[in-house]
Structure formats: structure tokens, C-alpha cells
Design a binder for this molecule. Structure first.
Ligand code: ATR
Length: 276
């Protein structure tokens, strides 16, 4: 059985290491490889998956192809439809099916790190891109009814509010201090902190008792948002867990065994990242 992750660029993907570790652990003879697919070749790539020429049982799709994978798959499930993007494909009865496991990965990571997080009631989501959609879907599925989305380009936050309904409210960035007062959960979904961009100083100290700050960025593991929250004594959850957990449903579909995210897996990935 052969699976893949397709993206552009793809050389930094941790997915081959995650799935490779699980394949070894379970003594399976399958493979999982990274494939660089340029945007102009993506349609052809999807066609070869659909007609079986490529012999893959399925795979992961990453940046920048998630929206087109969603559009080109034969069948998409409800979650992929809700998010408007797909990150996991598999062949079933000759059809190419698609789902999105990012919302699952986000929620499963917090379930592991901070059981009961869904009772934090008010969430502040920074960013309104593709990753933000998956986070909002996870929050809605877990019963959050006060989801504030802030974005530099407020129009994009408004588009998300229109898409996801009355529980999601759009705001400009300068509303942040006020919104954080009494909030339970802060999620960074922006790429800020990657590539040495400067990150605004955020005061998390007015958040409610038991509040949690999380970041979907995991390079570095301790992002500027996580460090700032830690310095103020607020509980945090890093983004690596989301990456590990989002891989679970795909592996199960392609290889037939539901793998476990544990300390040993995290250790392997952190070592490869040079943080161990
Ligand atoms: P992804 O799919 O990873 O979410 P994306 O769709 O490109 O990526 O979204 C990136 C997010 O980071 C957006 O919310 C973007 O804000 P804009 O919509 O205003 O562009 C946010 N972002 C990126 N760089 C930023 C910066 N320097 N300051 C503030 N927000 C930034």
C-alpha cells in the first residue's frame, strides 16, 4: 500500500516522518512519500489518482493545493465541505474521496493537552485564512457560541462570519485587548512568528481563570505567542500536536490501523526539528 503527501514546496513536510514511524511501529510494508506537485501539474496529478494509474491508496494534500483538491475530488464529506478545503484523499470503490482532518487535529490536540477546553466558552481567533476556517469548524463542533475572529484585513473575517453564522463575529485587530478580557481561549492561526516577522506584544493577563493560549504554528515550537502567554502564567498548547493528530484518520483509511499519537512519536518529530 502506498500513500503520499503532495504540496509545493514539500521538502520541509514532517508527514513522511510521522507516517513512516507508524508504518514501522505496526510492521506494515506500506510506503508514504512526499511529492512536489507544482500548481500547473495538480489537475493531472488528481486525474492519475482518480483513474488508478498512480497506484496510490490515497494521501495528504497540503499548501497550496487544499482548495483545488476539494474541488476536484469525486466525493467530499461534510467536514471538507464545511471548511471548503481537503487535506486527506483516499480511493474507495474506484472513486476519489476527500475529507479534511485539520479541525479534528486541532480539537484532538487540545483534548490531549487540556481536557475540558471546550468549556472555555469564549474564543478569540487571530487570522482569517485557510487554517482559521478549520479552527472555527472545530470550535463550532465543540459547542463554542462566542467566536471572535480578528484579522488585519477585516473583510476576510467578515466573509468567515457570513459563512459560519451568528456565533462568529468579525473584528479589526485593534479590538484585541478588549476581546481578550474575560476570554477563555486564544488561537493564533496566522503565519506571524514564522520567518522572523515581528509579533505584536499581547497582554493575555485579563483572560479568565483557566484560560488557554494555542498556536497552530509549530516552527518554532514555542512561538512568540506561546512565550508571551507562558511569561504571564497562562496555560499553553503548542501546534505540533495538531499536526500529529490530523495525521491519524488518513493513516487509518490507507493502512487499516488507527495509530496513536504518543510521546514516542512526538520525540521522533521534535528530534528531527532539532528541538530535542
Ligand atoms: P493559511 O492557509 O495558513 O491560514 P492564509 O490563507 O494565507 O494562510 O492566511 C494567512 C493569515 O495570516 C491571514 O489571516 C493573514 O491576514 P490577512 O488576511 O490580512 O492577509 C495573516 N497574516 C499574515 N501575515 C500577517 C501580518 N504580517 N500581520 C497580520 N496578519 C498577517
Amino acid at each position: 500500500m502506498h500513500a503520499f503527501v503532495a504540496g509545493h514546496p514539500i521538502n520541509h513536510s514532517k508527514s513522511p516522518l510521522i507516517h513512516g514511524t507508524w508504518l514501522k511501529r505496526h510492521g506494515l510494508h506500506g510506503t508514504y512519500r512526499a511529492i512536489d506537485v507544482a500548481p500547473e501539474d495538480f489537475e493531472k496529478f488528481m486525474a492519475s489518482l482518480k483513474n488508478g494509474d498512480s497506484h496510490y491508496v490515497g494521501g495528504n494534500i497540503t499548501i497550496p493545493h487544499k482548495e483545488r483538491a476539494f474541488a476536484l475530488a469525486d466525493e467530499v464529506d461534510e467536514t471538507a465541505d464545511y471548511i471548503g478545503a481537503a487535506n486527506t484523499l483516499w480511493r474507495e470503490h474506484g472513486r476519489l474521496r476527500a475529507t479534511n482532518t485539520d479541525a479534528y487535529g486541532f480539537a484532538a490536540n487540545l483534548d490531549e493537552k487540556r481536557p475540558g477546553w471546550q468549556d472555555l466558552e469564549t474564543a478569540v481567533v487571530y487570522g482569517a485564512g485557510g487554517a482559521s476556517r478549520a479552527v472555527i469548524v472545530a470550535l463550532l463542533e465543540r459547542g463554542f457560541r462566542n467566536i471572535h475572529v480578528l484579522n488585519r484585513t477585516v473583510e476576510k473575517a467578515k466573509i468567515l462570519a457570513d459563512r459560519f453564522g451568528a456565533h462568529v463575529e468579525p473584528h479589526p485587530l485593534d479590538a484585541l485587548p478588549e476581546l481578550l478580557t474575560g476570554a477563555g481561549l486564544f488561537v493564533n492561526t496566522t503565519s506571524l512568528g514564522l520567518k522572523d516577522q515581528s509579533v505584536p506584544q499581547i497582554d493575555f493577563s485579563g483572560m479568565r481563570e483557566g484560560a488557554l493560549v494555542t498556536d497552530i504554528v509549530y516552527v518554532p515550537l514555542k512561538t512568540a505567542f506561546i512565550l508571551q502567554a507562558e511569561a504571564q502564567g497562562i496555560a499553553t498548547a503548542d501546534g505540533l500536536g495538531m499536526l500529529l493528530h490530523q495525521a491519524v484518520p488518513g493513516f487509518e483509511k490507507w493502512f487499516g490501523i488507527r495509530p496513536v499519537v504518543d510521546e514516542a512519536l512526538r520525540h521522533v518529530v521534535e528530534t528531527a526539528m532539532g528541538v530535542r
